[in-house]
Design a binder for this molecule. Structure first.
Ligand code: AMP
Length: 530
């Protein structure tokens, strides 16, 4: 290897965020905070309380709730098992015993013991017995391997036979250890909220229970603009009580109020009812029969969905299929009486609340527990990924997860897209400036500057206090770069006179103040500008 190549290799790796994940940085994070703060405020006015479920849960919770046939489970979850990597046998001794093999086996056995003690392997009785006997078998094996001095590993029967026997027994015991449950990073939070509702017996609380959450979700999707592998959702769920149409309408009103408060542009609410367990299966059969008649004209994805999930065909964005889809039967014409009147009442309730919607008969959810009200909200500036919020009623979900029959409705807002849309319409905050930059010179002035910074910060002003002395010219340049409104100039003169100089950077004007007057002046100016 040439010297140059060797140098190149020595260079430490430059790390980058994993594809599909990203850093949220200032000043953008100020917008994220404003959005989240607004959500806290608006949702609280509707009587919602915040829930913070864990970020990972049993894989089965998501598999059951999201449905094992859907894309999310099939290929999109980040799934792991705390103990799986412990059980990679490749590095173990293999067929021919060797000192390294015995050492590896020892390491393996102690790792298992530690994992059991830490609780990464379920603390059940059979595992305890297995770990104990693994340890005692290994100590026998260690004794035998002592006899197999280096150099005689190949030939020293009967120790060799005993070693091979014990090695096999250790592996057999290890393979009987029951591993912990598979876990997954949450791809969405509705299942977690329902799990928490059941786990904490929330059906005992006054109904309905109104909860909201915000935080990261994880899906192994193909990253593109507006589609990430770690993305953020703000969502809410109403669980329990009745399925009164006013609940559906109020949940929708709440999201729309939130978007309104944020001045999100181009907001469009689309609404549909997808029926219930009574009427939807009949509609799905009718749809399937109609789709079979036109199967040849559909693309491969839709053809496949005729069997697996005909409703999803209605989602198709394929240009060539649009004409055919327009002729298909519409669910609104096939709702049972209860669903039809529920849907009519939801629309009426929305009108009473002044919420503008557009009906979209093609808006569907493919999962069995979704029913009746479904909605989606789109916003401006997002290209093809323009949905910022999806929601709907899911009366069967809590029961599906082992809880009592419970009504449910909720929504999830894609926060990344919401932020993107706000930025596109010019709602991004400017670089965060400072109120006051303290330009100090000299030891006495430094002590005064530290005190002034403390007092100003206490009064709610943002203050930049340079850590080392600077010439005044340089300090003012720095203040300008940071977007400070004022420079407070503190030199020995100012300190001994007790009169501090405040320079307004926008117009260069200067005035002198005593300490209390200065605070009062800044307060007044702040009140005037806000
Ligand atoms: P869903 O949970 O799939 O109904 O999605 C609800 C909302 O979350 C969507 O309308 C999007 O705004 C957002 N969303 C879903 N998946 C992603 C993703 N991979 N990246 C960014 N936002 C997403």
């Amino acid at each position: 290897m040439s010297e140059g190549a060797a140098k190149k290799e020595e260079k430490p790796r430059k790390f980058q965020a994993i594809r599909g994940t990203r850093d949220l940085l200032p000043p953008e994070t100020a917008l994220w905070n404003r959005v989240e703060q607004t959500a806290h405020e608006v949702f609280a006015t509707f009587g919602f309380g915040e829930i913070r479920p864990p970020i990972f849960e049993p894989t089965e919770l998501f598999a059951r709730s999201v449905g094992s046939r859907t894309d999310v489970i099939g290929k999109e979850m980040y799934t792991f098992n705390a103990a799986t990597e412990l059980f990679t046998f490749e590095k173990l001794s293999g067929d021919s015993p060797s000192p390294e093999g015995a050492e590896n086996l020892g390491e393996f056995v102690f790792r298992i013991r530690d994992a059991f003690e830490k609780g990464d392997i379920p603390p059940i009785e059979s595992n305890k017995r297995a770990v104990d006997s693994l340890l005692s078998k290994f100590s026998e094996l260690a004794k035998v391997s002592q006899q197999l001095k280096p150099g005689v590993w190949q030939g020293s029967v009967p120790f060799l036979d005993a070693y091979i026997q014990l090695d096999a027994e250790c592996r057999a015991i290890a393979s009987n250890i029951k591993l912990g449950e598979s876990m997954s990073l949450r791809p969405e939070a509705t299942a977690s909220v329902c799990r928490a509702f059941i786990e904490h017996g929330m059906q005992q609380l006054p109904q309905p229970v109104k909860l909201y959450y915000m935080g990261p979700m994880f899906r192994r999707e193909r990253p593109q603009k507006g589609r990430y592998r770690q993305f953020y959702q703000i969502g809410a769920e109403v669980l329990g009580g009745s399925d009164a149409p006013a609940i559906d309408a109020e949940v929708i009103e709440m999201v729309m109020t939130f978007f309104d408060r944020l001045e999100l542009q181009g907001v469009q609410l689309e609404l549909n009812s997808i029926g219930c367990r009574e009427c939807r299966p009949k509609y799905v059969e009718l749809l399937r029969a109609e789709l079979l008649k036109v199967k040849d004209k559909l693309g491969p994805d839709s053809q496949r969905r005729i069997e697996t999930n005909p409703l999803r065909v209605l989602d198709s964005k394929l240009e060539s299929e649009q004409g055919i889809i327009a002729t298909l039967p519409r669910i609104a014409d096939h709702l049972c009486e209860n669903c039809a009147s529920h849907y009519a009442a939801v629309k009426h309730q929305l009108e009473m609340r002044g919420v503008i919607y557009r009906e979209n008969w093609r808006l569907v959810r493919g999962l069995d527990y979704y029913m009746r009200t479904t909605f989606e909200i789109t916003a401006q500036g997002l290209g093809s990924q323009n949905a910022v919020c999806g929601g709907g009623r899911y009366d069967g979900l809590v029961e599906l997860l082992g809880g009592p029959p419970t009504k449910g409705i909720g929504f999830a807002i894609g926060e990344d897209r919401l932020i993107l849309s706000l930025q596109e319409s010019g709602k991004a905050p400017a670089q965060q400036g400072r109120d006051v930059y303290i330009a100090w010179m000299g030891d006495r002035a430094h002590a005064t500057a530290i005190r002034a910074a403390k007092d100003l910060r206490k009064a709610g002003f943002s203050v930049e206090l340079p850590p080392v002395e600077q010439k005044f010219g340089k300090a003012l340049g720095q203040a300008d770069k940071l977007g400070a409104k004022y420079a407070l100039i503190l030199g020995d003169n100012e300190v001994s006179e007790g009169l501090w100089t405040l320079k307004t950077l926008a117009d260069g004007s200067q005035a002198k103040f005593t300490e209390p007057d200065l605070l009062e002046h800044l307060r007044r100016q702040k009140a005037l500008s806000s």
